[in-house]
Design a protein around this ligand. Structure first.
Ligand SMILES: Cc1cc2nc3c(=O)[nH]c(=O)nc-3n(C[C@H](O)[C@H](O)[C@H](O)COP(=O)(O)OP(=O)(O)OC[C@H]3O[C@@H](n4cnc5c(N)ncnc54)[C@H](O)[C@@H]3O)c2cc1C
Length: 379
């Protein structure tokens, strides 16, 4: 079995993996960085493709060529009432284009990439390195980054995953020229989540997501609910075989993100907004934060530099997501009482302020406001 040596090996070429790879090379150009992915690229990924323009803060190149459509008309539907805003911009991307674009950018500054390369195991972890085992090959790295996405199995195998909150999400691509260019978020189709219609230049990404509670695992009736939702958008033939989806690992605040020389980023680190289920921007941001720590570690050899990623993550992502978890919990428990509040101008603007990256949960939710809100909802 061949054994190749790297400074950093990143497993997964989704937005978290490529953002991390790119930023490591940017900060430490002489680092030997390898990204492996079990898929061949470009690859399809079930996703609504809604991205906050704030992602531009974590990459030093223009993302414009990978943006399919810029949307600034948003309609929120709740309790049969529609409310519309045009004050926010969200980018719409096709993941096969967007992810491949990020990967090509990383390759252009010297990141090595191997496609069709599934990592089966991580072994021989010691103080200074660990080895990655694939079909017939072995790669050794000073640091191994798991960017394997929500369906990844390696972090669990290594005992790094805490029990996290899981959301089921399903997606249907409808290609049409009959477009109004508006983005719809609809709370009337699922009692523990929302349905969406994200416009693209050549069609609609229609989807639905909801929390999986207790015994419901794998049976939350999403295909039926989505079929009912899409019927209002002139989708003449709804092919169930074209439905794609998977559980999303939401932020729990409990996962250990650094264990020796292994680092977790992106969705496998629970880096998904517990309220909106937005995962692309946090994935890119976590890759960016991990890259700072990894570059410092490679310069100094000090474990503390690597461990600092845990802290940075909780300060810059986790603490905000704690607040989102709280709102999401209330929404889950008291959706029927909250529906009238959701279809107001204040609610849509608050939701979009956060989703578009204009504001944060921290800025929106303080203790006094949260207390007043709870009283109003519960009693
Ligand atoms: C239906 C649906 C709709 C969504 N809509 C949105 C949205 O509109 N906006 C938004 O921001 N987020 C959305 N999300 C969430 C978002 O897609 C994810 O959170 C995001 O892709 C996470 O990025 P990542 O880099 O962590 O992982 P991923 O993008 O999942 O990439 C992981 C990569 O790792 C590879 N891999 C896995 N295991 C191995 C292995 N053992 N060896 C080698 N390679 C491996 C995979 O092939 C994959 O390419 C949606 C999710 C779903 C399911």
């Amino acid at each position: 079995m061949n054994n190749s040596l790297y400074d950093v090996i990143i497993i997964g070429a989704g937005p978290s993996g490529t953002s991390c790879a790119y930023n490591i090379k940017r900060l430490k150009p002489d680092a030997k960085v390898l990204v492996v992915d079990k898929a061949s690229f470009p690859r399809y990924k079930p996703c609504g493709g809604g991205v906050s323009p704030e992602v531009a803060n974590y990459l030093d190149f223009s993302l414009e060529p990978a943006v399919d459509y810029k949307c600034n008309q948003v309609v929120m539907v709740a309790n049969g009432k529609e409310i519309e805003t045009d004050k926010h911009e969200l980018w719409m991307v096709r993941r096969e284009v967007f992810d491949n674009y990020l990967l090509e950018k990383a390759k252009s500054i010297g990141v090595e990439f191997i496609a069709n390369c599934e990592v089966k195991d991580i072994v021989n972890q010691n103080e200074n390195s660990a080895s990655v085992i694939t079909e017939g090959r072995k790669f050794t790295g000073k640091i191994i980054v798991l960017a394997e996405g929500g369906r990844g199995k390696l972090a669990k195998k290594l005992g790094m995953l805490s029990s996290s909150t899981v959301l089921a999400a399903m997606e249907y691509e409808h290609y049409t020229s009959n477009l109004d260019g508006k983005l719809y978020i609809d709370f009337d189709y699922n009692s523990s989540g929302y349905a969406w219609n994200f416009p693209k230049s050549d069609g609609l990404s229609l989807g639905i997501g909801g929390h999986i509670k207790g015994k419901e695992k794998g049976n939350v009736g999403l295909p039926k609910k989505l079929a009912s939702y899409v019927s209002q958008f002139d989708v003449s033939q709804f092919e169930k075989s074209n439905l794609h989806g998977h559980p999303i690992q939401l932020f729990s605040g409990k996962s250990r993100l650094v264990c020796g020389k292994i680092v977790l980023i992106g969705e496998i680190a629970g880096c998904v907004d517990p309220l909106t289920a937005e995962g692309i921007r946090p994935a890119i941001k976590s890759g960016y934060l991990a890259a700072q720590s990894i570059a410092s570690y490679l310069r100094t050899d000090k474990q503390k530099c690597l461990d600092d990623y845990n802290l940075m993550f909780y300060e810059q992502i986790g603490s905000d997501f704690q607040r989102a978890r709280f709102v999401s919990f209330l929404l889950n428990q008291y959706m029927h009482k909250l529906l009238p509040i959701l279809s107001t101008e204040r609610a849509i603007n608050a939701f979009m302020d956060v989703f578009s990256g204009k504001s944060s949960y921290k800025a929106k939710i303080n203790l006094k406001r949260a207390f007043k809100f709870c009283l109003r909802v519960i009693f």
